[in-house]
Every structure is written in C-alpha cells, then in structure tokens.
Ligand binder design. Structure first.
Ligand code: ZN
Length: 178
C-alpha cells in the first residue's frame, strides 16, 4: 500500500496485454490502494494497473478538483459509444508529449467494482476519454503509436538522447504539442 513507480516508454512491459481480473480478493483490494496512492502522487486523472507493473484490467480515475473521489473500474467493457471528437491526451508512461486523439466522448460502460459486482454507467467528456485511454493500455497500445511518423521519429530520437545524456526527453519536445 504505497506509491509505486510508473513504467515509462519504451519499457517493453507496457506492451503486455492485461489479463481479466477473476478473483476479487485482498490482492485486488491492495492493488486498488496502490493505484489510488500512485495516481494521487501524480498530476494525472487516470492510471491503470499495467503502468505499475501489474498487467490486469483495472484502472483508477479521479476527476475531482480536490482529488478526493477516486473510482476503480475493473474489466471495463464499452457497450455503446457516440459523440466523436478530438481530445488532447497525455500519459504518465509517455511523458513529454500530448496528442489529439479522435474518440467517442460519450460511452456506456459495464465494469466490476471491488466487490466483483457488475455496474453499468454512462460516462461523458473526460471520464469517457480517460477510460478509453486506459483500456488502450490493456491492449499494450500507447499514445506514442498515435503520433504521425515525423513526430514519432523526433520523439524516439529525444528518448535516445535522454538515455545518453540523462536529460528529460520532454526538454527536446517543447513546441511539439498536438
Ligand atoms: Zn496512459
């Protein structure tokens, strides 16, 4: 029960496909606490278990202004979607870039809560976008995959340079947003 370190691109563990949660036991409850603690230690609104090296279909979101309302979604499925639009996304595992992603901004979801009970809800706006972003992680799909070839090349070059020099990859990417 603590803040965990977040795996960053290009770590190959981010490409693993996450497994469905089957047992809703103490291990899952403890993982939920780690996810919430780690999310709250960051500036992000969403985090999934794969990002802290636990490849399970589980994520946390907190959209509240005072960071007091974290919600856990387990094995989320999208039942319906509409209202497509571009939304700027960032990712704790791919620091330094933002990408405009075209997605549905309203979705009907079904997921399990920490007791294993099935819940259905309509999500709109950022919560809808966030849930889809985290679901991409379940498939090993990252924001960097959505860059055009030119930006991807620049991003990879900046990562390589950062690895050589110990600087932050974000340093090279100012002006590259969206
Ligand atoms: Zn992400």
């Amino acid at each position: 029960m603590a803040v965990q370190s977040i795996i960053e691109y290009p770590d190959p563990r981010l490409r693993e496909v996450s497994s469905t949660v089957v047992d809703f036991d103490e291990t899952i409850a403890a993982l939920a606490v780690d996810l919430i603690d780690t999310l709250h230690a960051s500036s992000a609104i969403g985090l999934c278990a794969a990002q802290i090296d636990r490849p399970l279909k589980m994520l946390v979101m907190d959209h509240s202004a005072d960071r007091s309302a974290p919600e856990i979604f387990i094995n989320p499925e999208i039942l319906a979607k509409d209202r497509y639009g571009f939304v700027e996304e960032r990712c704790l595992s791919v620091p330094g870039i933002s990408v405009n992603v075209f997605r549905p901004t309203r979705i009907q979801v079904r997921y399990r809560d920490l007791n294993g009970d099935s819940v259905e809800r309509l999500l709109e706006g950022m919560p809808a976008v966030c849930l889809q972003h985290e679901r991409d992680h379940f498939d090993g799909k990252l924001l960097v995959d959505r860059l055009n070839w030119f930006r991807r090349r620049r991003f990879r070059a900046s990562i390589a340079k950062a690895a050589r020099t110990g600087s932050s990859p974000a340093d090279d990417l100012s002006g590259l947003s969206a």
